[in-house]
Each structure stands twice: as structure tokens, then as C-alpha cells.
Design a protein around this ligand. Sequence first.
Ligand code: SF4
Length: 682
Amino acid sequence: YRSWEVSKVRTTCPHCGTGCQLDLLVKNDQVVGALPANGPANKNLLCVKGRFGSYKFISSGDRLTHPLIKRDGVFEKASWEEALDLIAEKFSLLKRQHGADALAGFSCSRAPNEDNYVFQKMMRAAFGTNNVDNCARVCHSASVHGLAMTLGSGAMTNPIADITEDVDMILLVGSNPTEAHPVIGTQIRQAINRGTKIVVVDPRKIDLARQADLHIPIKPGTNVAFANGMMHIILNEGLADEEYIKQRTEGFEELKAIIARYTPEYVAKVCEINADDLKRAAVMYATAKKAPIIYCLGVTEHSTGTEGVMSLSNLAMMVGKIGKSGCGVNPLRGQNNVQGACDMGCLPDNFPGYQKVANPAVIEKFSHAWGVPLNRKVGMTSTQVLPAAAEGKVKGLYIFGEDPMVTDPDTAHVKAALSNLEFLVVQELFLTETAELADVVLPGVSYAEKDGTFTNTERRVQRVRKAVEPRGEARIDTDIFFDVMNRMGYPAAYLTAGEIMDEIASVTPSFAGINYERLDRGESLQWPCPDESTNGTAILHVGQFTRGLGKFMPINYQPSRELPDDDYPFLMVTGRMLYHYNTSAMTKRTEGITDICSESYIEINRRDALKMGIREGDRVTVASRRGEIETSARVGEKVNPQEVFMTFHFADGNVNKLTNAVYDEYANIPEYKVCAVSIQRA
Ligand code: SF4
């Protein structure tokens, strides 16, 4: 396009939590392209999803353009008045009949902060329940809990540039950034080329493992044993930072007692790794001056996910590597605004800014601010709501921009739960697998059709700007929530996105210094940002941990809940691939991307494939105790023998028909990363 034919709108990528800045190119009210911009996290880089997958879906013919009401099992076009009246009538009736806690809402980690703030306010102030959650529950809720318990704040400790530009070594655990956070992956590659050392702890030979100084192909589900083994060696070698431990932490003696038994030989056996590699990794990490831990869902999505996160905090505190530049414990958050959805209080135990539902003073504060008495009972997580729906305890559910039929473990169980509801509302861009089950479907708008902010993985709040008008009769999501609130009897003013941010700042101390004037002036703000005198906080826990003293949590290794046996002899791991994003609702509507890859597959080790007579591209049936799917085989050395890998992007060949709905005891995160399967030629 010639420059005079298009206008540019600066905004934030709608895919992963890196938060790349880009310019949408707009012509005749259509987004026709995207170009990289010089943002703090991306510095003029974009990956294939940002460059091509960020706009074609906006004008897709599949977009929902008017409300739908299901009558006699068939969706019929409805007016907004009809749809909203029905929603208010049904939810009000269920509330009167069964109490407010028979209702629940799942909010959208892809939607802006402002949408998430209003959604949780609607659930709490109008519906009267704290049963509100977002998809962090199934990706990084273990980070929110594990980091909060050990350090006091559940967020990434250091900025992206600080942990990639000038560090001595990187300890990368259960994270595949070249596919899941590609711009961060590129920055890590550039660091390696400049001489930064890297230890990759991952069951698969991911791309960065090929460039690594050391790749440790750990058995999935053994992160706690691995971290305890590292600490055992660091203590024995006299490499612990005793002064830091004494001055800044508590609970070290209890930790010492636990890790004494994690000898390199024992850990090597549990993790199925080489004891000398473990020793080398421990010494490299402890002796490097600037050495961040970067981790992702390979740590969190286990029945011991929170314990895995706490173990990484223990490890970093032992060597005094938190609260310093080039160090820290750094979860790479998955969706573009999953950090923000949590920050905004779309969590059953937290109001915005992690103010606790369990604290009576917090309830008083929000009751006063919102002018209505609030429910004092901590709500249910999304992973508790679904079983409660299956049992008939939750009767009504409002799902905003989530697709649990594809994303949640054990699809048969999810379908049974959603089908058992008395009333289901889904607000979406497309008629997803979950929306198909709804009683009412409302057309929301994409990130390019509204104003707002996303908070990226490094706690940076960045603007999202309206580039084009909503499609058809689709409406701004916050206006829909205000309509529902008013119809449910809670008077809500129709605020703009900027006004909503002002309300967020007024009730959330960590956002008090954030407003649109500052953001639109180009100021780069990272929470906690308590007032307008600073740009917020780049590095957490400097001088003192958010909770005061850092807390060592002594943790013993527990095996995963379902391991291979004679009937299901393979251990299956799930994960993301470069070209698609989560349920692929946006990326599968982008030609070019779908030309490269549009179908699920399973990676099988060459040795196993040979034994089963399976060749590259063969169709295979993969089964677990919960279901079976058909997919095609990719044969190679990327996975270890007796282990297999599948991505989670595709409804056809949906891996979540196989995954195990067992949960971590602290955060209720599902064990996506380990389940037992069998494989046969189809
Ligand atoms: Fe978008 Fe993430 Fe790619 Fe950046 S790295 S362009 S935020 S998908």
C-alpha cells in the first residue's frame, strides 16, 4: 500500500504476553496489514502471528454480527433488546431460586483490562458472586499463587530487556519461547550470539536446546526434584548466598532439611538425567553474576505446578538472585492480557490489584466504592465451576471470550458440565465449540474495534486503540456488560475505556498512577505504579520482598498423577507451536498461516515409531482413559523414547479429549503436561 492510501493505528499485538507494539494499516474501514513498531518489549520485531495473524480474522466472514437465541435447539437471530432482556430475566430468576453462588462467569484473557475490570464488577456487584475466573487458571495460576506465597507478588520479577540484553547465563525451564513467545525467543537467541550461556531444562529438544551450552531432557513432571537437586549441590559446594539468606529471607533451615535427601544420584534417577549435567547446571547458575530463571507452562501445568514455581523461587533466593538486575524468577505469561485479567480481579479470591476477598476491610472498601453490599465468600475457580455445573450446583454461566470446549482438560467432562447448565451465555467473536452449546450468543468486538489497555508479561500497561468500526450489530463489550448490570438492577454508568481506567486507578493502589493521558503521551508504565511521580516498578523485590521477607517453602517431589502403564504406555506432553495461537480462533482464519500448518499432529520418537511400524505422516489413533482422537505422526528425535508431544490448537484432533482433569492443590491448575496414552496406526 502507498502511504497515502492507508492510515496507521498504533496498538498492541493480540496474541502472546510479550506485548509487541504494532501499527495496524487501515483502508476504507478495513485493517489491511500490520507493521512492527518500536515498543519497549519488541524493539521493531514481530513474529509471524503479529505480522500476519493479527488482522485477517477481523474481517472474516465467520464473525458473529448479531445476537443469537437458541429456540428448540436451533439458533435464531435476535435483537439486542430480546437477548439482553432474556439474559437478565434468566440470571435473576436463577439467583432468586438458588442463590447468587449458583451463578458464575469466565472472563477473557485476550480482552483489555477495562473489559475484565467491568466483567468482574458485573459478576460481583450485579450477580452477587465471587465465582469469577479467567484462563490464567489453566496456564499460570500456579505462578500467581507460587510467587505470591514465596515473594509476595505473583508476577514476573524483571523486564524482558533486563533478562535478555546483558546477562551472563539464562536458566530456561519448561519454556519454548521461539514458538510460544517468538520475539522473546529471538532476543534470547541474540543474547546467545553475544556470548550469554544458556541451560535448557526441557523434555523436548526444542530449538533453543540446539544452541544451548547444556540441554537437560528432564522427565516431564519432575521439576521439584530437579530444583531440589540444584539446591543440594549449591549448598554442598558452598555457593549459597548466606548473607542474602540471613538478611532477606525466612524458613531456610526447614528447606535445608528437605533438600538434604536430593543427592545428584537420586535426582538423576527421578528426572532420568545425567547427574554430572545437574552438577554443571547448578554451578553455572550459582556462579553467574547475572542469571535470570525464565520459565513457562512446563513448570505450571502439573498437579504439582505451584510447588514447581515455589521451588524455582527457593532456588533463586538461595543464591541471592531476586531483586537484582539481570536476575529474578520470570514466568512468561501466555495470552496477550492474561496478566491483566488477573490484575483486574477476574479471580475468585482477589479483587483488582490482588486485594483479597478474604479480607473484611477489602470487602468494606469495594462495597463502599461500588455502592452495594458484596458477597464475602471466596468464589470457585473455573476448574471447580465445571464439576459443580455437572453436579447441578452451578446453574447459570456467563462466558466472555473463552472456549473451554477446546481449552480445558477432558472435553467429555466439559461438555457434560456445560450441557447440564440451566442457562449459558457466550459473548464471542465467532461461533466457537463452546458457543454452540449456549442458550444466548452475543457478538463482541475484537481488539481492533475498541479502545483499552493490555498488560504484558513484564507488567507493562500498553494501549489498545480502535482502528475500525465493529462488524454488523456487534457492540463494545463493556457496553454489553453495562446493559446487563442495569437490567439486573445494579445502576451502571456507560463509561468510556479511559474513564474505566480512572475507576480502576481509584480502587487499585498498584494502578493509582496509570491513566490514558500518560499512556497516550508515550509514557511506559509498569505496575506497581502507585502515583504519577514514577513510571512504576521495573524490577520487583529490590531491597525488600513484597511480602517483607522472602519465604523458603520446603517441598518434596510428588510424581504426576497418571503415569504410563501396560495399557497406556506413552507419557504425553502438550504445548504450543509457532504458527497458531491457543484455540487458533484467530490464526486459523489467516491464509498463509493455514497454508503452512492447519492440522494437529503427534511427535513420536523414531525408535518407538519403528517398533510400531509407524512412518512420518501416517494417521494414528491416540487414546487415553478419557477418549480417543485421530491425528498424523511426526517421527523424529525431538521427543525422548516413550514420550510423545501434541499441540493444543485444533478442535479437530483435540488433544484435550485425552488430557487429565486432575488439579494442583493450591491453584487448581490442571495437569496438561502429563497423561498416559496409547498409540496405534489408524
Ligand atoms: Fe504478537 Fe507475541 Fe509474536 Fe509479539 S511475540 S508479535 S506479542 S505473538
